[in-house]
Design a protein around this ligand. Structure first.
Ligand SMILES: Cc1ncc(COP(=O)(O)O)c(C=O)c1O
Length: 399
C-alpha cells in the first residue's frame, strides 16, 4: 500500500526567528544604486575609512610567506591568546590566563557563541535600547527572549543599575552592555558600570561586555567592566580588532571569560568555523602587542569628525542629536520630519534619503527606536560636509 509522504517544511523554526542584519541590508541596497552609477555619501556601514596600519599588514604578509597558512588549534595559537590577555591586562588591569581566551572570526562570532552556550530556551537577556542590530537576533536564534530596557534620550541613553535591577526576573540569564555604544555612542559611566557588574555577580547573572568600541572613548580613562575582577565568574568580554585597528575585513575578534564558558565556546567553534585564518592570528599578534599609536591617531580623527558632523547636523532645523562620547556614530532624532506622507517612519525616511539625496543612513527601527536614523561618521571630512549638505537640502524640501 502506498504511503502518503509527510510534508516537510524546508526551513527550521530557528532561522525563521531572525532577520537579515539591517545594516547589511542597507549596504546591499546602496551597492545596487552605486552599480547604477549613483555617487553616494555612505554613512551606512560601521567601518573605519582608515587603512589597516602598515605593521599589521606586514605581519600578515610575512606570515603568509612563512607558510602560516594551515589549520591551527580551534581557540587560537597560544601566541595570540597571550597577546589578547596581555593587552587587556595592560589597558584594564584584568588578570585573564590564555586558556580564558578564545580567538574568533570577528567579535560577532564571540557574541554569537557566548549567547549560544549560555542561553537556554525561554531564558531572558536584558538589552538596553538603543541596541546594536545583531543582539536581538542572536538571542532569539538561541531560543532566548530579549528583554528591552528603555533608556532616556535626554540623559544620553544612560543605563543605570536601578533600571537593570527592575528588569531582572527569575528567568534572567544575561545582560548585554555595549560601551561606547553603537548606535548612539553613549558610554556607561564608570560608577554605573561598577554597580551593574556587581549587581549581576550578586544575582548570578552573566554580564556580556561588548567592547567593540572600548578604545574609541573620547573623554576620561578607558574602562572595562571586566576590571572588577571579583565578579570575573560572571563576566564575558567580547572583543574586536575590527574598529580599534581598522581591520573589519580580517574578521578578528575574541572572548575572555571563565574557563568552562570559553571551553564551551571553543567546542561550538570546533563544529563551525574551526580556527580563524592562521596568518590573521599572526597579524592580530602584531596589532595587539605592537605600537598602539595608530589607535590614538584614529581616535583623535573620530573626535574631530564627531564635532564636525554635530555642527553640520545642528544646521538642519528640527533635528536634535545626543552628543556621542565614543564610537563613530551619531543618532539624530528625526521625529520633527516623521508622520508626513512618504516619510511616516524612519525606515521610509532613510529610504528616501538614500534614493533622493544619495545619502546612506540606517533607520532607527534596526536599533529599537522609531524616531532616529544612524549615521556612521567613519568617513572623510569631505564626505561629512557633502553628506550633511545633501541632507540639509533634502530636509528643507521635506519641510
Ligand atoms: C556593537 C558591535 N559589536 C560587535 C560588532 C562586531 O564586529 P566584528 O564582528 O567586526 O568584530 C560590531 C560591528 O559593527 C558592533 O557595532
Amino acid at each position: 500500500m502506498a504511503t502518503t509522504p509527510v510534508a516537510h517544511k524546508i526551513l527550521t523554526d530557528r532561522i525563521g526567528r531572525i532577520e537579515v542584519s539591517a545594516t547589511m541590508a542597507v549596504t546591499a541596497e546602496a551597492a545596487k544604486l552605486r552599480a547604477q552609477g549613483a555617487k553616494l555619501v555612505d554613512f551606512g556601514a560601521g567601518e573605519p575609512h582608515f587603512a589597516t596600519p602598515r605593521h599589521i599588514k606586514d605581519a600578515a604578509i610575512a606570515a603568509i610567506d612563512a607558510n602560516f597558512t594551515r589549520y591551527t588549534i580551534v581557540s587560537g595559537i597560544p601566541e595570540v591568546r597571550k597577546a589578547i590577555v596581555e593587552r587587556h591586562a595592560c589597558d584594564f588591569g584584568t588578570d585573564y590566563a590564555p586558556d580564558e581566551a578564545v580567538f574568533t572570526t570577528g567579535g560577532k562570532l564571540a557574541l554569537f557563541n557566548a549567547l549560544q552556550v549560555l542561553v537556554e530556551h525561554g531564558d531572558e537577556v536584558i538589552l538596553p535600547i538603543p541596541y546594536w542590530v545583531s543582539y536581538k537576533d542572536i538571542i532569539q536564534y538561541g531560543g532566548g527572549v530579549p528583554v528591552y530596557l528603555e533608556t532616556d534620550e535626554s540623559a544620553n541613553f544612560r543605563i543605570t543599575a536601578e533600571a537593570i535591577e527592575r528588569a531582572i526576573t527569575p528567568r534572567t540569564k544575561a545582560i548585554i552592555l555595549n560601551s561606547p555604544s553603537n548606535p548612539a555612542g553613549s558610554v556607561v559611566a564608570p560608577a554605573d558600570l561598577e554597580r551593574i557588574v556587581r549587581l549581576a555577580h550578586e544575582r548570578g547573572i552573566y554580564i556580556i561586555l561588548d567592547e567593540c568600541y572600548v578604545y574609541l572613548q573620547f573623554n576620561g580613562a578607558l574602562v572595562s567592566g571586566a576590571s572588577f575582577t571579583e565578579a570575573k565568574e560572571h563576566i564575558i568580554v567580547a572583543g574586536s580588532l575590527s574598529k580599534t585597528y581598522a581591520m573589519t575585513g580580517w574578521r578578528a575578534g575574541f572572548a575572555l571569560g571563565p574557563k568552562p564558558i570559553i571551553a564551551a565556546m571553543s567546542k561550538l567553534q570546533s563544529q563551525s568555523t574551526s580556527s580563524t585564518a592562521h596568518f590573521v592570528q599572526k597579524a592580530a599578534v602584531a596589532a595587539l602587542s605592537g605600537p598602539q599609536d595608530s589607535v590614538a591617531e584614529m581616535r583623535a580623527d573620530y573626535l574631530k569628525l564627531r564635532d564636525q558632523v554635530l555642527a553640520r547636523l545642528a544646521e538642519i532645523p528640527g533635528l536634535t542629536c545626543t552628543v556621542p562620547e565614543g564610537a563613530f556614530y551619531v543618532y539624530p532624532n528625526v521625529s520633527a520630519y516623521l508622520g508626513k506622507p512618504g516619510a511616516k517612519t524612519s525606515l521610509e525616511l532613510a529610504g528616501r534619503l538614500l534614493h533622493e539625496a544619495h545619502v546612506v543612513t540606517v533607520p532607527g527601527e534596526a536599533f529599537g527606536t522609531h524616531q532616529h536614523i544612524r549615521l556612521s561618521y567613519a568617513v572623510t571630512h569631505e564626505d561629512v560636509d557633502e553628506g550633511a549638505a545633501r541632507m540639509k537640502e533634502f530636509f528643507a524640501k521635506l519641510g
